[in-house]
Design a protein around this ligand. Structure first.
Ligand code: CTP
Length: 399
């Protein structure tokens, strides 16, 4: 897929710039050509000579370099590529991109390009987690900019956490995916996500600790493989991904209706933590404390959305995937749940308090299929989502 492709690689000024040299080598090994653009700051980490030697191309550095403008202006430079890659994408470069600044060659090229842009962010943990960077990331994602990483790891500054640039194989895979249509092109996938809120009265509700992070990551990963995604989400803590159809619901019953309306689909993945019951005698007005004692709440069971879709006699999605959040005997319960609900796969995880999984950024899952149980390693919810999306693509893609 990479053979014959032309990649414009903007190298930002961060310690991860050294990995970009390895990236150039790997891209060229796969038959792509790489045209490098260096920012001023990146030249503190890599030299134009070494980058040029690795790329076997002229290195572009300065917006006002007349000979560059003579050979190839910045507009042409930005358009001659099949893909623009920014690696490392520093906090500063992301901020410039998100705000449309164009005060040097790299930012001008990024403004002028009509090609897809993929960023590989790399920065200190705090800088990555800073609301400004997260706002910029959301803005860029909304603009259709693709991103890979960052990942958790030890950082040059001595801290640990998210902020480390993805490794070269992951970046190459993301470049490959960005240049291809994706195995799920033309496929429709419904994903449920987040908790549900079941009202007790107009101001109170029953909820659970689901953040929506895993379902959101999965929807993004499926989108990145080319799927059209209908994302039915309860009131989650994380924002929904860009580039998917977002259907916001509050209760399990609303979620059931939204899923029914979103069908038909090639696959349906039920990552939502749906409340099992709703309050039948929910108050129309705020319930008051009375001398009479505690209010009595009557419960009725919610529709089981997963079991309903898995059991459809006609129009059932080709692949129905459920999640099982368990706190003990995870695999046994998940295996029984798969049979009981009639779904094809169950993604099971241990959400007991000590694991930090519910509401956390990592997951450790077991994939239960008709063939048996696969134990996946503990990894970020994003990586879990990418792996699951790839499996879904394998199962669904061949027409
Ligand atoms: N699910 C659903 N609708 C419901 C309840 C659950 O679609 N009303 C889906 C969830 O999205 C998940 C799977 O079913 O994919 C399992 O959810 P879970 O809460 O673990 O299962 P329950 O049926 O509630 O089982 P139990 O409470 O006995 O563990």
């Amino acid at each position: 897929m990479l053979a014959g492709k032309r990649i414009l690689l903007i190298i930002g000024g961060g310690i991860a710039a050294f990995k970009s040299q390895e990236l150039i080598r790997e891209l060229r090994r796969r038959g792509a050509s790489v045209v490098p653009v260096l920012t001023r700051a990146s030249e503190e980490f890599v030299t134009p000579l070494s980058v040029s030697a690795l790329a076997a191309e002229k290195v572009y550095r300065d917006l006002f370099d007349l000979s560059d403008e003579h050979e190839m202006g910045h507009i042409e430079l930005s358009r001659a590529a099949d893909l623009v890659v920014v690696a490392p994408a520093t906090a500063d470069l992301m901020a410039k991109m998100a705000n449309g600044l164009a005060n040097d060659l790299a930012s001008t090229v990024l403004m002028a390009t009509d090609k897809r842009v993929l960023i590989a962010p790399a920065m200190n943990v705090r800088m990555w987690q800073h609301p400004a960077t997260q706002r910029n990331l959301a803005a860029l994602t909304g603009d259709g900019v693709l991103s890979v990483g960052p990942v958790d790891g030890d950082m040059a500054c001595g801290e640990y956490g998210p902020g480390r640039m993805s490794e070269v194989p992951q970046i190459v895979a993301a470049i490959d995916a960005a240049l291809s249509d994706g195995p799920l092109k033309g496929r429709h996938v419904v994903v449920t996500s987040g908790p549900t809120h079941e009202p007790i009265d107009p101001v109170r509700y029953i909820a659970n600790r689901s953040s929506g992070a895993q379902g959101t990551a999965l929807a993004a990963a499926l989108r990145d493989l080319g799927a059209r995604v209908s994302f039915v989400t309860g009131p989650a803590r994380v924002p929904p991904p860009a580039g998917v159809e977002v259907i916001r619901v509050e209760t399990a019953r609303e979620m059931a209706d939204a899923v029914a309306a979103a069908l038909p689909a090639d696959a349906a993945v039920f990552a939502a933590a749906v409340a099992d019951w709703h309050v039948v005698n929910a108050g129309a007005q705020k319930m008051k404390k009375t001398a009479g004692g505690m209010p009595a709440l009557d419960f009725a069971e919610n529709p089981d959305i997963l079991a309903t879709v898995a059991g459809m006699s006609s129009g059932r999605p080709g692949l129905v995937v459920g999640f099982a959040a368990e706190t003990e005997s995870v695999v046994d319960h998940a295996t029984a749940k798969r049979a009981r609900k009639g779904c094809d796969w169950i993604v099971a995880n241990d959400v007991s308090a000590g694991t930090g999984i519910m509401g956390g950024s990592e997951n450790k899952v077991h994939l239960v299929t008709a063939e048996g149980v696969e134990d996946w390693p503990r990894m970020s919810k994003t990586e879990t989502a990418e792996r699951l999306a790839a499996r879904i693509a394998e199962a669904v893609a061949p027409r």
